[in-house]
Design a protein around this ligand. Sequence first.
Ligand code: ADP
Length: 778
Amino acid sequence: MRQSNQLKANVLLLDNNPASLWSIREILKDLDHNLVEVMAGEDALGLLREQEFAVAIIGVHSSDIVFRQAAEMICGSQDHCTPIVILSESDNSAFTMDHAYSLGAVDFLATPSPPGVVRSKVNAFADLYKRSNRWRFQAERTRQLEGQLRTSQDEVNDFFENATICLHIVAGDGTILQANQAELRLLGYKPEEYIGQPITAFHVDEFTISHILQQLQAGHFLSEYPARLRCKDGSVKEVLIDSSAKFVEGSLIHTRCFTRDVTDRNRANKELQKNEARWNSTVGLLPELMWTASSTGEANWVSEQWEHHTGIPVSDLLGLNWLEMVIHPEDVKNTIETIQAAVEKDAAFLLEHRIRRHDGVYIWFRTRGVPVRDENNNTIYWLGTSDDIETFKDTEAKLTEADRRKDEFLAVLAHELRNALSPVRTSMDILRVPGVDAETVEDAYQMIERQVEHLVRLVDDLLDASRIVQGKIELRKEIVDLSTVVYQAIEWVKPMMTSLSQQLSVRMPKEPLLVDADPVRLTQIVINLLNNACKYTNSQGKIEVFLTRRNDNSVLTIRDNGIGIPREMLTRIFDLFQQVEQSGLRQLSGLGIGLTIVKRIAKLHGGLIVATSDGEGKGSEFEVQLPLAQLLPHRIPECGHAQERRVRSPTSTKILVVDDNDDVAFSLSTLLRLQGHEVVVASNGLTALQLLNSYQPHIAFVDIRMPHLNGFELARYIRKSANAAAIKLIAITGGGHPSDFQNALESGFDLHLLKPITLENVTQVLDETPHLPGPAHT
Ligand code: ADP
């Protein structure tokens, strides 16, 4: 209700006599009231019904009956509650004081009344009216406030009861005073099972609730305090409690607790942590460097392996730091461009770049990045791995180098073969010239012989290198005195040194240096090294050979004052086909396999070889170390005594040569005939079989690779034939594969010779074949 016109009270003046009305107005006009004047009873009644008046003053005159009756009606009317004051002449017997009071008027003033009395009465009524108005207003206000209070109380109750968060109020002694639906629902209790109970009964951890209560009693506010509550069904809820206590005059009235169920969240967190731990341990096992990055290349996670590799803490590599700190400056541009192109295409990328290791060395890595997308197929980040491809790069470089060396080798080989074949070809032309003198013929033969020997050596070396590199040689070890080996090798290369007027000095130990080794292979080592010393030293140069003992090793040093070896090539010269670019003084021959063979043979004997040189033009030194033999007395050989060789005079032996290659058959049979033997040639295995009975040879030289009946099959047939069991069978092959030797022996051959067959081979075979016709062996 609005308090109407608070300051002024309405005062109704009713009088049908204008003069009386005027006089009463005059009396009241100075009062601060709102005077409403009417002259008709109905108008007054209407106003009284519609408005509130502090008082209505009705002037009643004895002369006017109608008006008097109107006044009487107003006085008695129930339609208003305005106090009525009657002003009437004292002699008005028709409207006496008694009559007025009986009608309901509250006052009666006989006119003329003193103005002060009239004013005082009106003021009293106005004041009364105002007071009652105020009371009414206050009563109304109070009612309103009560209503509001009730409403907000209802709202608080509703909020408490229906809040989605769990709430409870606990009394100072720990009794639960109130708990809302959410809390009861969470724990599964009915109100009567929870409210009124001690809160401690529902906490799993006694310490927790006593600590909570202690804290609250001490006036602390608890925020997100973790606790575990027991549910009715026995399960446990993990919650976070926010709580404070209400104190009145220092004593705790109650505590108010907000409880948030975090069981699922904790479970999810634990699962997340487990997954993270699993992910981290998986990532930790991977050798790759892993990362995730934004589309701008900023790393937001890098695996621990980054720290291991770079030595830089993981946190320092985030953002764009990785690009600036560890990528090789020459690779940064390509890295950025590749990533940008991939981001533009929104497609995976692959790039190779160098990443700095903790020791400052840059290592080649292959980095792969893939976009990781959300359910709407939008890329949210990039995931990548960086693999160490240093070994791969190294191997790739080695392969390229090996390939290059192979090409070089083929060129060198072609050159070497051509060099050897060209004089052969020319000599043959010389031999065809009619009437050429005997000396020229002899020179031509010698030339052919030298070149053929050279070619045979080349092929032998190649086969040897191939076998040695593949680890396919078998050492025939015996106790050997190294001095003997060195002397034999020197004999071998002496002609070359002499032809170049090179000066050789040799220093040998007094006592024998015995090694358990294959003498043929050892000789090969020394010959190769001496041969190189000759080749790579000027004519009149100096070559020194020392053999000494160092602890349990023999040390052979071959030093020359030749062209020397660049420092960076000192280890590489032992690689297959590796040759140093020579600005040689004379044309040098070689295939770049000699040192490879030397190194492998030394290694097979448990030894090693080292090359040193002060550089180009400063000479070279090769040192071969071999372990000395651990000897048992009976294994000591007689050193220094050349084995007596049986020498056999040429005599006539029946020999069968079987080869489908006419030239080979012709040259071998001619050589044998020239030695005084009887020779028959068969151009295939079947002819050979037919000849066996009729000719009955003592020895047969048999080619292996022949059509129809190959050498192995022929040997097996011969061995089965009763007449030919005693025949000596020699296999002659072009392939020196160990399996050829094995197959030959298994097929019944006595010996296996590699083509080309030399006079020495033939002599050796004949020497080693007993019961041949002719003079006795010496
Ligand atoms: P090659 O058949 O080329 O001599 P090697 O394997 O024996 O093959 O030697 C490899 C390379 O090592 C040679 O081509 C040469 O460049 C270098 N070399 C070997 N021995 C010597 C040496 N005594 N002096 C200088 N260079 C040498």
